[in-house]
Design a protein around this ligand. Structure first.
Ligand code: NAD
Length: 275
């Protein structure tokens, strides 16, 4: 994917990505550093803005307005979480949807819901690419998504639906999670619960995608117990699976944003089958 993006960046001549990080969250700094390293490696002009923890909300919104107006900026990413005095929804909505490389803006979420071409969050987009790369049939498959967040679970469910899977979404109030997961041909674990999915919850031969990133003193672990590998047909590793794919898709989204900005987005044809 990174090679593909590098070729696209070279063809476009210039792609500009600006990231904004507010505050001192250590994990956020690690993520932003990784995104910049990856962006620079494929030839994207990456601009790294870091603001102090006590930055007023108005100041962040003003900065985003400037970035929206800046022709050199193709993509804007505001690293989450933001400090608690800043309204995250307000910050996301302040980004021009055509520059929203995280795909979190309500306009992009709505377009995804309608099955129209749009900027899609990197994690579920990367998972679709993994499924395609490993030739996992989605058409008619029963896909079970564990987690219903706006950045992973919900967009994941929509993309799988768009790829003609029959989709079940499970969450923290689901009764008898195992009953659902055992019936999954494709199981996406995105609950953020260490080893929530045991081997006894996986159907033999299923494709299991582990999105979870659970940091412990012993290291980084997923939502899927490693013993599930014996039953699963495929299982993504943690670390080294969905995480790097997510970063690669962010780069892909920066190229998509650079390409499509200025195009008449509303003329795009719906791609979600209605029935
Ligand atoms: P979130 O906390 O916003 O959402 C978690 C979801 O899981 C919720 O919808 C909740 O209902 C569900 N859930 C929680 N406990 C459950 C349980 N016991 N049974 C069933 N469902 C349960 O988290 P998120 O932002 O969607 O992230 C989920 C996980 O994915 C986290 O570990 C996060 O770190 C990881 N993540 C990884 C990447 C990546 O690049 N690899 C990107 C985003 C998130």
């Amino acid at each position: 994917m990174r090679e593909e993006v590098a070729a696209d960046v070279a063809e476009l001549g210039s792609v500009g990505l600006t990231t904004v990080l507010v505050g001192d969250d250590p994990a956020s700094h690690v993520y932003i550093n990784a995104k910049h390293k990856a962006a620079t490696a494929v030839g994207i002009r990456a601009n790294d803005i870091r603001l102090p923890e006590d930055t007023p909300e108005d100041e962040l919104l003003d900065l985003l307005a400037q970035l929206n107006a800046d022709e050199e900026v193709d993509g804007i990413l505001v690293q989450l979480p933001l400090p608690s005095h800043i309204d995250e929804a307000k910050a996301i909505e302040a980004i021009d949807p055509s520059k929203d490389v995280d795909g979190f803006h309500p306009m992009n979420a709505g377009r995804l819901y309608l099955g129209r071409p749009t900027l899609v969050p990197g994690t579920p987009l990367g998972i679709m690419r993994l499924l395609a790369e490993y030739e996992i049939e989605t058409k008619g498959a029963h896909a079970v998504v564990v987690g219903r967040s706006a950045i992973v679970g919900k967009p994941m469910a929509h993309l799988l639906l768009q790829a003609n899977a029959t989709v079940t979404v499970c969450h923290s109030r689901t009764v008898d999670l195992q009953k659902h997961t055992l019936d999954a041909d494709i199981l996406v674990a995105a609950a953020g619960q260490l080893h929530l999915i045991g081997a006894d919850m996986v159907k033999a031969g299923a494709t299991v995608i582990d999105v979870g990133m659970n940091r412990t003193d012993a290291g980084l672990f997923g939502d899927v117990d490693p013993s599930a590998a014996e039953l699963a047909g495929h299982l993504t590793p943690v670390p080294g699976g969905v995480g790097p794919m997510t970063v690669a898709m962010l780069l892909r989204n920066a190229v998509t944003a650079a390409r499509s900005r200025g195009l008449e987005a509303t003329t795009a044809k719906p791609s979600l089958p209605g029935r």
